[in-house]
Design a protein around this ligand. Structure first.
Ligand SMILES: [Zn+2]
Length: 214
């Protein structure tokens, strides 16, 4: 099977997410399932806006062996593999350092989903995965323990987020839904601070305006 079309889909998705501000430089990574045994994954340390389909790696799900592509697969390849193994329904797994949801990941709390439309996309809540250094088996293990059938978005403490979906489009919808939820959550917290700390109101209003215009 020619894997070039699916590797090109990874390139297109990286460009799209970069333009949306969800991927910046070499930060974040994407994996797209090819079949039951293989998935395509972004290479390590590459600028996504100058990446080509040939740069995208094809990796075997069982042992993470790179079977196509000359580059080194992303450091988070084992993390995406965990998602694919634990969620046979998932075709696309995305890890980003997207700005607002990553700010929420610094707060160290699970996010409750506050509306039905978002719940339909990412599930009833967004769990917080504890901190472990990037690219480690410890992080992949922690992610593995958090993955649940009805949850398509996860906060990674002091790091970023992980989203997934049954298709590439569904995974992008999870990314968008999570960022919107995080924005509403932070705006609500800032508004609460304004009412309880009137002396800091001017500074907090400025933060709120920045958040709403970002
Ligand atoms: Zn990361």
């Amino acid at each position: 099977m020619n894997t070039l079309p699916i590797r090109q889909s990874v390139v297109n998705l990286c460009v799209k997410l970069s333009h949306l501000g969800y991927l910046a430089g070499t930060g974040g990574n994407i994996a797209l399932r090819i079949d039951a045994d293989r998935f395509a994954v972004t290479p390590s340390a590459i600028d996504y806006l100058s990446m080509h389909a040939d740069d995208v790696c094809v990796v075997r799900l069982t042992d993470l062996q790179c079977i196509e592509g000359d580059r080194t697969p992303s450091v988070e390849t084992s993390l995406h593999a965990r998602v694919f193994r634990l969620r046979p329904d998932v075709s696309c797994s995305i890890h980003t350092h997207q700005p607002v949801a990553s700010a929420c990941a610094l707060l160290g709390r699970t996010l409750e989903v506050d509306d039905e439309a978002t719940r339909q996309i990412i599930g009833p809540y967004v769990p917080l995965i504890g901190y472990m250094p990037s690219g480690t088996a410890l992080l992949a293990g922690m992610v593995g323990r958090a993955i649940a059938p009805d949850l398509n978005a996860y906060l990674m403490r002091n790091h970023g987020v992980l989203c997934c979906g049954a298709s590439l489009e569904a995974a992008v919808a999870s990314i968008n839904a999570l960022e919107g939820l995080a924005r509403r959550h932070l705006a609500k917290r800032i508004a609460e601070q304004i009412s309880t700390h009137p002396r800091r109101a001017v500074a907090l209003h400025r933060v709120l305006q920045t958040l709403e215009s970002s």
